[in-house]
Design a protein around this ligand. Sequence first.
Ligand code: ATP
Length: 257
Amino acid sequence: MDLIADHISHRFGGLDVLDNVSFAVASGEVVAIVGPSGCGKSTLLSILGGLLQPSEGQAQLRGAPPAGSLNPLTFVFQDFALLPWCTVEANVEFPLAHTALDAAARKAVVDDALRRTGLSDFRSAYPKQLSGGMRQRVGIARALAVRPAILLMDEPLSALDSQTRELLMEDFIRLLAAGAMGVVYVTHNLEEAVRLADRIVVLSRRPGRVREIVEIPVTRAERGAIDARGKLLALQNDLWSLIREEAIDAEREVQHA
Ligand SMILES: Nc1ncnc2c1ncn2[C@@H]1O[C@H](COP(=O)(O)OP(=O)(O)OP(=O)(O)O)[C@@H](O)[C@H]1O
């Protein structure tokens, strides 16, 4: 199943936030969205996920959802958005509550999501007993439980320290290799973008327009190799040159607001 951003523009009252944004995410593909602060990345993700109706254009899903999918689109948030009074298992099961699955089928789905995220031994723990990285694994397991066609991720690693972020990136690369899930990955972090994405949509300063769509010329499986790392670093520097001036302007604007 593919997700298409089709000429999306959005304004909040008198504030133009997005201007004619178009791109597509095919199944199995990771598309990162980068751009200066306040350029409309989270707004775009909300529109893609159907939480917000755009002023113009549309977000469309094309094709059949994966077998057993309970929801074609699902979100992973920066702050994990877990229910603190529920165990890991109950958090992962939460989105299944209003589905037609019986208890045994729900348990099978939860077990599978916990296994894929390395959480099987933590099923009875509460979020406050877990590190930030483990909490975000719960957020990812909960998203996987609905077997989405497309995962919408808003800065999923930015609340984590750099070592945990590195571990979760490795987990995430493994997880993606196993399936045909498409991903939209909003991030400020250009290193995450070049490590995880197949393509990077670079947005301009607000109102966010597509400045460039950059293809990553190395497969995810090859990105650990030393020469690939050099290529990715060069790409990361190119991306930074592309957005640096606008990032400075956006920063000044935030400070003077
Ligand atoms: N519900 C809303 N009502 C009014 N303005 C909003 C609303 N949501 C966001 N905005 C404004 O829209 C602009 C884009 O916000 P958005 O959060 O989408 O940008 P972003 O690129 O994700 O920002 P950041 O990089 O800082 O996370 C900002 O100026 C923000 O203040």
